[in-house]
Design a protein around this ligand. Structure first.
Ligand code: PMP
Length: 310
């Protein structure tokens, strides 16, 4: 099956889903998007879409912040996504990329009076970071824009220039990922992941007021840590030096899953190995997202079995 996309209100072959060079969003970064994983389960011969409704709810919120019009309800978006995944017939892990964008072909930077449209495409997507021995991070020289600049709680395409600079700087300097600080020097997040540390058996993560994207994996981790391990999370400003002295550090994200961090700025985290809380959370999470944990079954949509109305 050729891959398909949902584009301009129709399901079309991906190769036919093209935009013109005058498209407003291409010129000015005026679009909001999501990244959703579909996780292949060989035993069930099924793709489980993880927390897809929460992703579409966040897409609606991002659209409101950027003054974009998203004409489809969460239920309609859900049906479109499931139908598209069924059409593509992938039998491996996939990534869904919905986007609401300024589709008008007009010159002039603004967030109003430009036509808007919506698309989704699906692509095969394996592990984002290789190996499960943990990654090496640095603190980026780039800072995260604040809510008064480009609101990071909205997943705005233009904001990802910042993430791209962070990622490239980190990799060119020999690290796997860069961690941004906020304008006032608190720990913020990775280029595409939220960050947690383990201290004295508790989880700590930056609060929503610290210019983070409110990650869906972040909220998943807080819930399963509490319910399955009895470990609570404190959301508060986090200092850079706390990362150096923490027992464990990990990143969370749809792409990154739960990725252990074993070194930051050449400081070894804990004993340099993946810590016990990170390991238990990661094992639980990987089962949950593949539909292997009934307790969290409601987070997983079995795309191939699901009947849709569209
Ligand atoms: N922060 C940033 C900057 C991101 O791009 C992402 C990935 N969407 C995250 C955090 C993690 O969010 P989520 O767990 O919802 O994927």
């Amino acid at each position: 099956m050729p891959p398909f996309a949902f584009f301009k209100g129709e399901f079309v072959p991906l190769s036919e889903a093209k935009v013109g060079i005058m498209t407003h969003a291409l010129n000015y970064g005026t679009a909001v998007f999501e990244g959703i994983r579909g996780n292949w389960n060989e035993e069930d011969q099924e793709i489980y879409l993880f927390r897809i409704r929460e992703h579409f709810q966040r897409l609606h919120k991002s659209s409101r912040i950027l003054n974009l019009t998203l004409d489809y309800s969460v239920d309609e978006l859900f049906d479109i996504a499931v139908k598209l995944v069924k059409m593509c017939e992938f039998r491996e892990d996939i990534y869904l990329r919905p986007m609401v964008y300024q589709s008008g072909e007009v010159v002039g930077v603004r967030a109003h009076d430009v036509d808007n449209d919506f698309f989704i495409f699906v692509a095969p997507f394996s592990a984002y970071f290789s190996g499960d021995q943990g990654i090496r991070c640095c603190i980026s020289t780039w800072r995260r824009p604040m809510d008064t600049m480009i609101p990071p709680r909205a997943k705005v395409t233009g904001l990802y220039v910042n993430s791209a600079m962070v990622k490239t700087e980190a990799m060119k300097n020999g690290f796997d990922e860069g961690i941004m600080l906020t304008q006032d020097g608190h720990v913020c997040e990775g280029s595409g992941e939220n960050i947690f540390l383990v201290d004295d058996g508790k989880l700590v993560t930056p609060a929503s007021s610290d210019a983070i994207l409110l990650g869906i994996t972040r909220s998943t981790v807080m819930q399963i840590a509490e319910e399955e391990l009895g470990v609570t999370t404190v959301e508060r400003p986090m200092d850079r030096s706390e990362l150096y002295s923490a027992d464990e550090v990990f990143l969370t994200g749809t792409a990154a899953h739960i990725t252990p961090v074993v070194e930051i700025d050449h400081h070894t985290v804990g004993d340099g190995k993946v810590g016990p809380i990170t390991r238990r959370l990661s094992d639980l999470y990987m089962d949950i997202i593949r539909g292997k944990n009934e307790r969290y079954g409601s987070w997983c949509t079995p795309a191939y079995q699901k009947a849709v109305s569209t």
